[in-house]
Each structure stands twice: as structure tokens, then as C-alpha cells.
Design a protein around this ligand. Structure first.
Ligand SMILES: C[S@@+](CC[C@H](N)C(=O)[O-])C[C@H]1O[C@@H](n2cnc3c(N)ncnc32)[C@H](O)[C@@H]1O
Length: 254
């Protein structure tokens, strides 16, 4: 086991229940699979419990946390221990590389993205959140400290593009109402989810505010739900089938 977490969050300590709330959302999987084009051999970096790994392709998964590697279902390949910043593979040894919901945690974003570009002949595919759009999410009204920290963790997409080089396309990914990958905006129309501690524990951002700040944030939301204020202001989101928030798919060609 490594001495310090590979990223900014300690999954060894708090990641044990990740896969119970953070599942692979099939509609994002379709967009990611399309971005791979005719790739046959794919590297998944920061692979976690295996979300978004294309099951019809030859996948190598790399994940630094033992707790996360242990949550991979048996039908997926075992993940190799390693970090994005130093990929243990030769140049162009994959057709494509993938990093889903992980780049904001890396110690050295530029080094990691350059490594992803180096080992892939074709597309580098990244699923991430655009920081300005994320800050606009309604949860900022109730958990301002947490949301400000979370937006600040997310790299600007022009920085991501500059590290990747080549031609880069960024597209917004609509979040379905019943999204099964439980990141914060996945619950845009199901606000009661944030009252559930197991949901918050699977969202690393809550780990960056004190227990007191978290309790106050949850109490504010709970009160707003009880007295009807949340519904007055945001209730239409309960009926919105898909939400265009901050989720983005970045596809870089060499
Ligand atoms: C939010 S999880 C996402 C996991 C998976 N990709 C998914 O979509 O569910 C972030 C993952 O990034 C990993 N990670 C953090 N820092 C990393 C680094 N420097 N290199 C590679 N992976 C890293 C964590 O261990 C964690 O498993």
C-alpha cells in the first residue's frame, strides 16, 4: 500500500461503499463507447470499481486505491496498481485511453494527461465537470463551502485541452433524472438524496468540509424541503427528464 493517497482524497479511509452509490450510468457509457470509435485495446486510468469500461473491448485498468480495486465486479479485469502521472506502458501501446470522473483528484494534472496522450494512438476520452457550470448547481445555496471547494478542484477545460494537445472536442453530457452514478448533480431532481449519509460518503467533496459545516448544510436543505421552499424554487427539476449541468465529455485526437 502507498504511504499517501495518489490523489487528493483518501479512498482507503472512506471509499469502502463507493460502488453502492456510484454505478456506471448506461447513457454515459454509450457516449463514451462511441468516442472510442474502432479502438480495440483501451486503458482505463483511475478506473475505480470499473464504471464506464467498455466490456466488448480489450481493457487494461489502472487504479491506485486497493479499496477501490477490491470493489471491481468479478466479470471485469483486475486493475493494476498505478497512477496517471507515471503510466507503466510504452508509447502508443493502446488504441485509446479513458479517465472518468478522476482527473480533478490527480496530484499533477498535466503529467497525467500527457501520459494518457503518450500511451494512446487514438482518442483520449475524459469524463469530467466544468467548474463554472458546477458552481451554478442549486446545492451551492445549501452547501456553499462544499460546492465552492468542489468547483475549485475541477480543472478548466481549456487547461485540459492544452495538456492533451491535438484536436479536442468538448460536449455537454445530459444527466438523466434517474442517473445511477451518484455524483452531486445526479440528484438534481431528487434533493432528499443528500439527507442520506451513505450518498454523501460516496461523494468525495464532502470530505473537504468539517463535520459541522456538513451538518449545517444538510440541516439547511432539510428545512427547505420540509417548509416547501426548495420546491417553490427548484420543484420543476423533479419533473425534468434530463439536466444539462456541468458534466462534459472531452475527446482528444492526436
Ligand atoms: C471518483 S473515483 C472514479 C472512479 C471511476 N473512474 C468511475 O468513473 O467510477 C476517482 C478515482 O480516481 C483515482 N485516483 C485518484 N488520484 C489518482 C491518480 N493520481 N492516478 C490515477 N487514479 C487516481 C481514485 O483512487 C479513485 O478511484
Amino acid at each position: 500500500m502507498r504511504e499517501a493517497p495518489a490523489g487528493d482524497f483518501d479512498y482507503e479511509e472512506t471509499g469502502h461503499a463507493y460502488s453502492s452509490v456510484r454505478k456506471s450510468e448506461p447513457r454515459f457509457g454509450v457516449a463514451i463507447r462511441k468516442a472510442f470509435g474502432d479502438a480495440k485495446r483501451v486503458l482505463n486510468v483511475g478506473a475505480g470499481a470499473g464504471s464506464y469500461e467498455p466490456e466488448d473491448l480489450d481493457v487494461v485498468a489502472l487504479e491506485p486505491s486497493a479499496v477501490m480495486r477490491a470493489q471491481r465486479p468479478a466479470h471485469l479485469v483486475e486493475a493494476i496498481d498505478g497512477v496517471a502521472e507515471e503510466l507503466p506502458f510504452g508509447d502508443c501501446s493502446f488504441d485509446a485511453s479513458l479517465a472518468s470522473i478522476t482527473i480533478h483528484q490527480w496530484r499533477d494534472l498535466g503529467a497525467g494527461l500527457k501520459e494518457m496522450r503518450r500511451v494512446a494512438k487514438g482518442p483520449v476520452v475524459i469524463l469530467t465537470f466544468e467548474p463554472v457550470a458546477l458552481q451554478r448547481f442549486w446545492l451551492s445555496e445549501f452547501a456553499p463551502e462544499m460546492m465552492q471547494y468542489e468547483s475549485g478542484r475541477m480543472p478548466a477545460l481549456d487547461e485540459v485541452a492544452a495538456h492533451l494537445g491535438g484536436s479536442v472536442e468538448v460536449s455537454a453530457v445530459p444527466i438523466p433524472h434517474d442517473c445511477v452514478d451518484g455524483f452531486a448533480e445526479a440528484f438534481y431532481g431528487r434533493p432528499e438524496a443528500f439527507l442520506d449519509e451513505s450518498v454523501r460518503r460516496s461523494q468525495s467533496a464532502w470530505g473537504f468540509v468539517s463535520p459541522d459545516v456538513e451538518e449545517t448544510s444538510v440541516a439547511r436543505l432539510s428545512e427547505s424541503l420540509s417548509d416547501g421552499t426548495w420546491d417553490q424554487r427548484h420543484g420543476s427539476l423533479r419533473r425534468l427528464l434530463a439536466y444539462e449541468g456541468s458534466l462534459r465529455l472531452v475527446v482528444a485526437m492526436p
